[in-house]
Ligand binder design. Structure first.
Ligand code: FEO
Length: 398
């Protein structure tokens, strides 16, 4: 159901309560999501974004109940990824010829997705589109998080439509940040940043500075996923600046997988050593074969140190760690220390290979932890004592 945000702006998006995986199977969405689209009515009518393709028909029906489609003057496509552009093919069949405003890269992406030659109008930063008494100001935001991404700002209402930035995968009935469960909201925001925006942190900082330099008043931020920031919208901007600055908390994450519990027992002993090194340190353990990978990535993002363990299998390490470390490598976390560990029976390559992969991920491996730690077969009391000592030393190095 649609709702009015201001006299001029109406939310016309879709709450997706059932969504559990996003970006194919790559991103977990434990609490669903929303695809936010906005209708702006002044002398002219503009539609900002659509929804994901499976909901295109529902979207059009809902939009039709809200407005005569023939009165839509402009379509704004801030981002071509199909969770926002999926409604365009059906919509543009009904209103062919209506201009679609997007960046030059947006044209490439939209054509690449839909192979349609819609009436594209390419815009650049600072360009304005008059709606009557209000204007839309376009702000290109390349690589936040696709090359085509842009924001737009509505004068008169002082609203920034920020697309994916400041968004979060959280379905709620009350669509404002002050109505959401604050813990769930914070958790989904940091997960979104850690898993999607980390590689672009330098651009995040620059874009926020650029927007601030425009001196535009800001009453609300309307992202394209999750709740609308109407209560102190600057709070999420401040969080982004904090997260973009090689973020870390006083935490170590121990991430392992195990076959017959040897590596698990090593992980637990190292956790005890870390706590001995610093009782104030938050130590968290995750079995990569059982815990959600995006949640683990979020915990690594929050950590200053990471210990990664796997037994040796077929001269390598377990596939759950392989998939996870590939995600971590692409995200390019900075200013974090790491070391490897694992149990083995005969050849025992996992620790050496994990150490190399941790370096490839951009982690600093302290000299004292360079060789990692291995335990043959099931760790006995001596081996566990060595793991405790390894954890203690690693904790001291932080
Ligand atoms: Fe929400 Fe980049 O799409």
């Amino acid at each position: 159901m649609t709702f009015k945000i201001t006299d001029a702006v109406t939310w016309v998006g879709k709450r997706d309560w059932e969504l559990r995986r996003f970006h194919g199977e790559e991103y977990s969405t434990h609490k669903g999501s929303t695809y936010n689209a906005y209708l702006v009515r002044d002398e002219k009518t503009a539609l900002i974004e659509t929804v994901w393709a499976p909901f295109a028909h529902e979207f059009i029906e809902q939009l039709r109940a809200e407005v005569d489609l023939k009165t839509i003057d402009y379509v704004i496509a801030n981002h071509a990824e199909s969770d926002h552009s999926g409604g365009l093919p059906e919509l543009m069949r009904l209103i062919p010829g209506v201009p679609v405003y997007c960046t030059a890269n947006g044209v490439k992406s939209l054509k690449g997705h839909y192979h349609q030659d819609w009436n594209f109008q390419v815009v650049k930063t600072g360009q304005r589109l008059s709606l009557g008494s209000r204007e839309l100001i376009f702000i290109e935001a390349p690589m936040l998080h696709w090359p085509d991404t842009m924001f737009c700002y509505l004068t008169g209402e002082d609203i920034l439509f920020s697309n994916d930035a400041f968004g979060h995968h959280l379905a709620t009935e009350g669509m404002y940040n002050d109505l959401a469960d604050p813990c769930a909201l914070e958790a989904e925001c940091i997960k979104y940043y850690a898993n999607i925006l980390t590689p672009f942190s330098a651009l995040v900082k620059r874009k926020i500075e650029e927007f601030a330099s425009l001196g535009l008043p800001l009453k609300m931020i309307c992202p394209s996923h999750g709740t609308i920031w109407r209560d102190n919208p600057i709070q999420i901007v401040s969080k982004y600046l904090e997260w973009a600055n090689d973020y870390q908390e006083h935490q170590v994450s121990i991430v392992y997988d195990t076959m017959w519990n040897g590596t698990r027992r090593m992980a637990e002993a190292m956790g005890e050593g870390l706590a001995q090194a610093d009782p104030a340190l938050r130590v968290r353990l995750f079995n990569a074969g059982k815990a959600d990978k995006n949640d683990i990535v979020t915990e690594i993002f929050r950590s200053k140190g990471v210990l990664v363990g796997s037994p040796t299998i077929n001269r390598g390490y377990l596939s759950s760690l392989g998939g996870l470390l590939e995600m971590v490598r692409g995200l390019g976390f900075k200013r974090k220390k790491a070391a490897a560990f694992g149990a083995y029976g005969w050849s025992g390559e996992s620790v050496k290979l994990l150490t190399a992969q941790l370096k490839e991920c951009g982690f600093e491996v302290p000299a004292a932890s360079e060789g990692g730690i291995r335990a043959m077969w099931n760790p006995d009391a001596d081996a566990l004592a060595q793991c405790r000592a390894f954890g203690l030393e690693f904790g001291k190095s932080l």
